[in-house]
Design a protein around this ligand. Structure first.
Ligand SMILES: [Cu+2]
Length: 154
C-alpha cells in the first residue's frame, strides 16, 4: 500500500466532501425542477407543435402549416403545455419572451428531431417567439411579436 502524505489525505477528504455535497444538493428539493425530473413530471394538457423552415415559424395544425402571427397560439395560464418544435432545414432556437421582453425559456431546434419542453405560464399576456440560435443572415428577422396569447386560467 502506498503511504499517503497528510496533505494528500486532506485533499482526498475535500474531494470526497465536494462530491457528496454536490450530489446531495442537486438531488434535493433546493433545486426547483428536481421534483419534476425525478418524481412526478406534469402531464401536459395541451400540445403545441411548431415547425420552422426557411427562417419562418409555423404552427402545425393537422397536416397543415399555419404561419405564426400575433395570437396564433392560445394557452391558459397555470396549465402544463408541451411545445414540440421541429426544423426542416437548419438548427434554430425556439425562444419565448414575456410581455416585458424577458426570456421565459428557450430550446435548441435541431433538424429532423422532435425537440420538446413542458412549460407552465403563470402570467397572462402576449408572449413573443424569437429564434435564439444564430442561423444565418436572416436570423434577426425570426421574430413573431405576441405569437402566444396566454389567458387567465379558469
Ligand atoms: Cu435563428
Amino acid at each position: 500500500m502506498v503511504k499517503m502524505e497528510r496533505e494528500e489525505k486532506i485533499w482526498l477528504g475535500i474531494i470526497a466532501l465536494v462530491a457528496i455535497v454536490f450530489n446531495v444538493v442537486t438531488l434535493s428539493p433546493l433545486v426547483p425542477w428536481v421534483h419534476w425530473d425525478l418524481f412526478n413530471p406534469p402531464q401536459p394538457k395541451q400540445i403545441v407543435r411548431v415547425h420552422i423552415k426557411g427562417h419562418k415559424f409555423f404552427l402545425v395544425e393537422g397536416n397543415g402549416l399555419k404561419p405564426l402571427k400575433a395570437g396564433t397560439i392560445s394557452i391558459e395560464a397555470g396549465v402544463p403545455v408541451k411545445f414540440v418544435a421541429t426544423s426542416e432545414d437548419l438548427t434554430y432556437g425556439f425562444g419565448v419572451f414575456d410581455p416585458e421582453g424577458r426570456m421565459v425559456f428557450q430550446m435548441q431546434v435541431v433538424p429532423k428531431y422532435e425537440n420538446s419542453i413542458i412549460w407552465i405560464f403563470d402570467k397572462p399576456g402576449y408572449y413573443t417567439v424569437r429564434s435564439t440560435e444564430y442561423s444565418g443572415p436572416q436570423h434577426p428577422y425570426m421574430f413573431v411579436e405576441g405569437a402566444i396569447q396566454v389567458s387567465r386560467g379558469g
